[in-house]
Design a protein around this ligand. Structure first.
Ligand code: G3I
Length: 349
């Protein structure tokens, strides 16, 4: 985008809102605290903030019975100061567990249920005035053969400490506890690898739909589905099957959100930043347009700047050729990229 056009480009939050869409991004408290330019970018671009780590069990209950909300409160105070909302991520998950939790869950059904219910009670009670939407269940669906990390099961549910201790009932237990604590909370189930045109993504879509349909048929309190959208350029994307999937979830009476959008470059991408950024932007525009066509009205990126992406920090998902990947709307100097322009186009800006 030329400099003059660049100066006129609206903030993503503004362009999205003009289309009835909420745009947000995952944020890290230590960067808000330490980097004024990072903080200014989030203030300008996002309507909604999601703590990348600070609302997880490991951060909120690091020792049994000891709840600490300091880091989450930092993000909350920033959001309040910038007329932004906060969504909670994630109450029940098999990762970001403090070391004491898995053995405690394994002590037996009654102990596991008490831990699950108390965490939900304490966290929702402490945050209810400011967080009105939580990923109550995160990644409960199993990964089919062919996935990056296939689950050791043919069943629809991922083998987790919660499933081992409580059986499939843990899903309704978590959802019902959240509803009992907070009558008007938006209760969300969030999962990933359901976006692309591969046999394993198609199978995971089928598994997620079976899990969600069972919950809806049993009148479990569930309001929304989060689709993480950690897209991978090495996998093809076709709008039609994804639009049909989003519509199927909407027809169950559920809102659909894109909750963690970023794009993992393929190692075989052409050389040169311009070509790589163009390939990422093309996928972003196709995907977000399809999500909106299907009925999604919230789009959240998993960070705003390439510099701070988990795809740069974590060796197991970084580019194998050692080139620093470029997965988000703004680069490591916080300058807008074609990814950002693709979002503006998808929002109709
Ligand atoms: O452990 C330290 C803690 O002591 C310190 O106080 C805190 C504040 O800086 O940092 C903690 O470090 C790391 C934390 O990220 C904050 O950066 C944790 O060790 C590390 O495990 C954690 O990784 C996060 C990961 O989830 C696990 O929680 C990543 O940043 C985050 O991008 C990633 O996000 C997940 C989503 O929640 C679910 N979907 C997949 C996505 C990518 O894996």
């Amino acid at each position: 985008m030329a400099a003059a056009q660049e100066a006129a480009a609206p903030p993503l939050r503004q362009a999205a809102l003009a289309r009835g869409i909420t745009f947000g991004a995952a944020v890290r408290s230590e960067l808000l605290r330490a980097d004024p330019a990072y903080a200014a970018l989030f203030a300008r671009e996002a309507t909604l903030l999601v703590p990348e780590w600070e609302a997880k069990w490991e951060a909120l209950q690091p020792r049994e019975g000891e709840f600490t909300f300091d880091a989450l409160t930092e993000i909350l105070n920033f959001a309040i100061g910038h007329n932004q909302r906060l969504r909670g991520h994630a109450l029940v998950w098999h990762e970001a567990m403090p070391a004491w939790l898995p053995p405690a869950i394994a002590e037996g059904r009654a102990r596991a249920q008490a831990l699950l219910e108390n965490h939900i009670l304490q966290v929702l009670t402490a945050t209810r005035d400011h967080i009105r939407d939580w990923d109550v269940l995160n990644e409960p669906v199993s990964n089919p053969p062919g996935s990056d990390q296939p689950s050791a099961t043919d069943g629809d549910l991922r083998p987790t400490p919660w499933l081992a201790a409580l059986g499939p009932a843990y899903l309704e237990m978590a959802l019902s506890t959240a509803r009992q604590v907070d009558r008007t909370l938006r209760i969300t189930l969030n999962d990933y690898a359901v976006e692309e045109d591969t046999p394993w993504a198609a199978e995971k879509r089928a598994r997620l739909l079976r899990v969600v349909r069972r919950l809806v048929e049993r009148r479990a309190p569930l309001d929304a589905i989060g689709i993480q959208a950690h897209l991978q350029l090495r996998n093809p994307f076709s709008p039609a099957p994804f639009i049909a999937f989003v519509r199927a979830l909407r027809e169950l009476g559920l809102a659909v959100m894109i909750t963690e959008l970023d794009v993992r470059e393929a190692d075989a991408l052409p050389d040169g930043v311009a070509a790589r950024d163009a390939a990422v932007a093309e996928r972003v525009q196709a995907f977000v347009a399809a999500a909106i066509e299907g009925g999604a009205r919230t789009v959240i990126t998993w960070g705003l700047t390439d510099r701070d992406s988990w795809l740069v920090r974590q060796a197991d998902v970084a580019r194998r050729d050692g080139v620093t990947t470029r997965p988000l709307p703004f680069d490591d100097q916080l300058r807008p990229k074609p990814f950002r322009d693709a979002l503006l186009r998808a929002f109709g800006g």
